[in-house]
Design a protein around this ligand. Structure first.
Ligand code: ZN
Length: 422
């Protein structure tokens, strides 16, 4: 693969529906995961790592979302599943989710993991063999794009990472994911490593950063710069509101802001596809509601205090000219429209809701039904959605169910597929 003629670009690959939902104490219903995919698509995110194709309870959700791709509802976003880089996982993924097109295959590469996790039972050559066998299998079974993830890459010798990346490339992988699994890198080290990988492996690079040392966004920016300077496209992994394992991942909105608004960066390092920042407030608020985790008040762009000014000098300055004390406008992030908060009687959707209340609720959003039976069918789906999410559905969820009842039915069907021991 030769170096590209045009300047490499930076793309977003959001992993909220994988890293976010595997976070301790947190989770999303299948409808909520679907809504995240819809908002990511609206925002212009290139790819969503939308779940786990080897997990039985994900299968219907994954297939239903692939149907939304087929019908153009989820377009142009690419949906990709995360599995381990072993042939068994590839086979299971295609068995449970036959229409899966895009995969990321993950395996640990560091000496620490070889000793500490695999207990010395696997050599570096074994790791490469397992990974390349898995890539071969995925290609043979029809995968259209494959990313290969080096887990704990930041604690892996560069020479082995290069060897690993070259093997992945030779077997037809499309991207190499550099996982700073423990948030161990800093902007200087990750820049050097990604530049070296770009130059020596010559494959598009994913940058996957965690915030254990408070540098997930800074490292993502530096890693992407390294990849581009090394001649390769960069795919930054993010999550909405930075929700992810332990201290979390690079926050989607903060990373977009860092790439596009920080001092001089965007002059040379450009996005491969435009991001609609105006969706920022909406996706952050939905993720906060769905995960039941408040948006930190100081979160860039979307936190409650992101545009709040109290001190005399700052308030005076920002009133004279917002640019005195703000780098970007709240309007750009989809903020500033007054919110309607019900303070009187409220009719809410729930798992025991009845038809009259439901028709009233939908009528407020100008949705009417052809018949009482049709309304009853949609209500039935809304009840099931509520059983899964344990909270009233937001307007967009209700509208989604009304518009795509058969998809919603698939998302909400959670019958255990096989009970092997009974
Ligand atoms: Zn991670």
């Amino acid at each position: 693969m030769a170096k590209k003629e045009q300047t490499p670009k930076i793309y977003f690959l959001d992993v909220t529906n994988r890293d976010g939902v595997q976070t301790a104490k947190l989770g999303l219903s299948k409808l909520e995961k679907t809504m995240i995919n819809i908002y990511l698509n609206e925002m212009g995110v290139f790819q969503s790592e939308f779940g786990f194709p080897t997990t039985r309870h994900e299968a219907r959700y994954l297939e239903a979302n692939l149907e939304l791709v087929e019908t153009g509802v989820l377009k142009p976003i690419r949906l990709e599943g995360w599995i381990r880089a072993i042939v068994g996982d590839v086979k299971t993924a295609f068995k449970f989710v036959p229409n899966i097109k895009h995969l990321n295959l993950s395996i640990s590469t560091s000496e620490q993991m070889l000793k500490g996790k695999f207990r010395g039972k696997k050599t570096e050559d074994d790791i490469i063999k397992e990974m390349t066998d898995a890539v071969d299998a995925a290609k043979a079974m029809g995968a259209e794009s494959i990313g290969v993830n080096a887990e704990d890459a930041s604690r892996t010798d560069l020479s082995f990472l290069v060897k690993f990346g070259l093997a992945a490339r030779e077997h037809g992988a499309d991207r190499l994911r550099y996982c700073d699994t423990l948030g161990y890198d800093n902007p200087f080290t990750i820049y050097d490593t990604l530049k070296a990988l770009g130059e020596n492996v010559e494959i598009p690079l994913e940058v996957h950063c965690h915030g254990d040392l408070g540098m997930a966004v800074a490292n993502s920016l530096a890693g992407a710069k390294g990849a581009v300077d090394g001649g390769q496209d960069a795919y930054i992994n993010t999550t909405v509101n930075g929700i992810g394992e332990r201290a979390g991942n690079a926050d989607l909105v903060a990373t977009v802001l860092a790439l596009t608004k920080s001092k001089g960066f965007a002059k040379k390092y450009q996005l491969g596809s435009p991001i609609k920042l105006s969706v920022a407030a909406k996706i952050a608020e939905f993720a906060s509601y769905a995960f039941d985790v408040p948006i930190p008040m100081n979160l860039p762009g979307v936190g409650a205090n992101a545009f709040a000014h109290a001190s005399g000098i700052h308030a005076d300055g920002v009133l004279k000219d917002p640019e005195n004390y703000e780098l970007y406008s709240y309007k750009e992030l989809g903020r500033g429209t007054p919110k309607f908060v019900e303070t009187g009687r409220e009719i809410i959707s729930g798992q025991y809701s009845g038809i009259a209340g439901f028709r009233h609720l939908m009528g407020k959003m100008n949705v009417s039904f052809a018949s009482r039976d049709e309304a009853g069918d949609i209500l039935e789906l809304v009840r099931y959605a509520n059983v899964q999410s344990h909270k009233p559905l937001v307007e967009d969820e209700l509208l989604f169910i009304a518009k795509h009842p058969l998809i919603a039915q698939k998302l909400l069907t959670l019958t255990p597929l096989v009970l092997e021991t009974m």
